[in-house]
Every structure is written in structure tokens, then in C-alpha cells.
Design a protein. Sequence first.
Length: 320
Amino acid sequence: MICPSCQSPNARRWISCQDRLRNKPLDHHAYYRCLTCGLTFLHPQTTSQSYDQHYDAQYLSHVAERPRVPSDTARRLRLMQERERAWEQNPSFFSRLFRRTGFFRHTPFKMLGHGKRLLDVGSGAGTFLLTQQHLGWNVSGLEPSQSMVEQSRSWGLDVRQGFSIAEQWKEPTFDVVVLNQVFEHLTDPRQILRDARQALTQGGILYLNMPTNQSVVAQVFRSFWFNLDAPRHNLLFSPSTLRTLLQEEGFEVLDLYTASSTKGWTGSIEYFLRDALHVPLVDGRLRRHHLLNLLLKPLVRLLDWIGYGDNLHVIAKTEL
């Protein structure tokens, strides 16, 4: 068993699981934890050859109609301006407090772009790009799905098909590179980081957002953890493992935190009731249950505050 990050052969089985999102009880998979670097990885991995087998239009953020971009109300503009101030080199005390709020942590780049260039890797239907374009960013996207690329282009977006940044942009081009819920799907994490670093301008920012199995919900529910999402998620990082990897690939980590939703818990409870206790449930019913989500919010906020939520966010910059 070779670790896809450090190439160590020393790994131990973490869990066996199935494709619960598609409810395939006979579709067995296994995750292993590298004893050298700590990375948890799927073996065998899901590769581009089996892409269509596991990814359908619904999974790929399919949107039939162009999404409506929110109007620029005074409140939205104030929040975006405060995000800008929070990014300053020496932010005020209030701006430092703002960086601790969910408004900033869930969407740290929802602010006016002033013409800066942003690349979204794994851009799906292009909804994030449309929002950022409306905010004044010069946006580009990279997406492996042909149907998603065609849809994004129909909205006037610069989206290219593929998953290799280096094949499309060979010079430093972007101020920000975003991999939003994408890094966990990759098979070679080091190569994408090297490509991103090459595509970023000096001091450019890399933003990653992914599930982490060091979270409490992952440890409690294990193979029933909603954000495990086998076999689509190849890689699962702990905060320390990801920090080490970024530093080895020439990035300075500016911020690393968890900012999660209640869906990790409601989805896990649903999977456990349905597959372990065989309770007949309508798919997604518990995930959409308003009262249950409301009751779980304080727990999710507490776990994020102590760093054990299940959605890991990392903001890093290229080292000068």
C-alpha cells in the first residue's frame, strides 16, 4: 500500500465502507492511514478512467438555469468591505474579530475583487465564478466535466476542460487559486500544489476547503460519516498533515481552521439509521429537517471553535 503523498509503503487499514450516497451496499471500499505522514487515502483510488461511473450531473453541481446573483444591498457591501479590511497586513482589532466569524470563515473571498485574477479548480457549473465575476474579479475555471464546461461557457465564463493547471497556464497568472471541495478528490496532491504555485503570482493566495477525518463526527460515525463520500473522496487530511504538505511544497500557511455545517451530523445520523438500524427513511429527509439542524448548530459551532469540525479551510500564500 503506497501513500499517494509521501510514497511510504507503511499504511494501516482505517475503515471499510460502501457508496452510501448512491446507496450501493455491495460496492465495497477501504481507507488506509499512512503511518509515516498521517494521510488517510482510499485504496484502490478512483481515477479519471472511472470518473463517469461515480460522478453524475446531480453530483457535479448541475444547474439548469443561470443562478441569480444577489443584489448589492448595503449590508452585503459592508460585509464585503469588512472582508477586505480583514485581509489587510495589519488589520484592526475589530477586523481580527471579524475573521473569527462564520461570515468570513465560510466565504473568505466573497469581497470586491478590483480586477484581481482568480482561478477556480473544479469549478462545476460555474456558480462561484459568476458570483466572483459580479464582485469585480477576473475569473477563470478548470473543470473535467465536458457538460459543466459547456454550461459555464454558455454563461460567458472562461472555463477550460481538464484538471491540470500546468497544461492551461504555464506562467504566473493568478492572484488567487481556489480548490473548493476538490482537493479530497485528487490522486496526486503534490502535483496540484506545484501547479498551483507555478500559476500564482508572487505572494499569491491558495485557498483549500475539504472534509477532515480528524473531526469528532468522523470519529463517532466512521464508515457512516456523511462527508466520507466513498469512492469519490480519495484523500482525507488532518490539519497537521495538510500543513506539513503545504510547507513542503513552498507555501506559507496563513490560516487553518474548521468551519462546518450541520449536514455532516444530520447526514451521518441518516446513514446510520438507514444502513445500520435499517430504519426506512426518505433520502435526505433528516438532512433537511429544520429542527434537527437547529438543535445541532451549537454543537457544530463549538467543535469548529476548538478545531474539531469536519470541514477544513486553509489559506496559504506562495513563499517569497
